[in-house]
Design a protein around this ligand. Sequence first.
Ligand code: HEC
Length: 149
Amino acid sequence: MNDVAPNAKKGSSAFGRYFFVLLLGLVIGAFGAVYALNALSSNPQSQFQQGSMHVMGWNMGQLKQNVAAAKCSASDSIPRIQAINVMARDLESAFPKYADDAAFVKAATDLRTSSNNALMAAPQTCDGVSQAMRNIGLSCEGCHSKFKD
Ligand code: HEC
């Protein structure tokens, strides 16, 4: 019995130290997260960047859901593609640090072209919508592969 008690005590104080370090890590992490969120929400430029990307992402998601639900009429798809096309016009203003980078401008132009083409084609079938999504998706990836971390 006498041997067990000191060990248990030793174990529990080691546990206490680890627990303290764990807690400290959580507190520092929480402060870091709050700081990062503040930095994001208080910076209009980064709100614009993320906002435009999220709008495009959401509309791509809607197109995907439409295809899954076999809702592929022009009135289902055109507003989604238009939203992407409109966002694509302002990519250089959203990312001023890349506005003079020829590769970025080309990638942005690619998206304007693929979304324009999709609007002109005005797909009325799910195959057509899927094809438009593939072309638009390639434009998204063309930029992300170079400019998104
Ligand atoms: C010309 C460049 C470019 C094109 C084209 C582009 N993106 Fe992005 N996208 C970026 C960059 C740069 C980031 C990283 C932004 C950041 O971390 O602030 C990004 C990030 C994102 C994110 C993550 C945003 C976040 O806050 O985590 C989503 C979602 C996204 N893009 C969707 C799309 C979709 C969908 C398309 C195509 C319809 C697209 N993007 C086309 C440059 C582009």
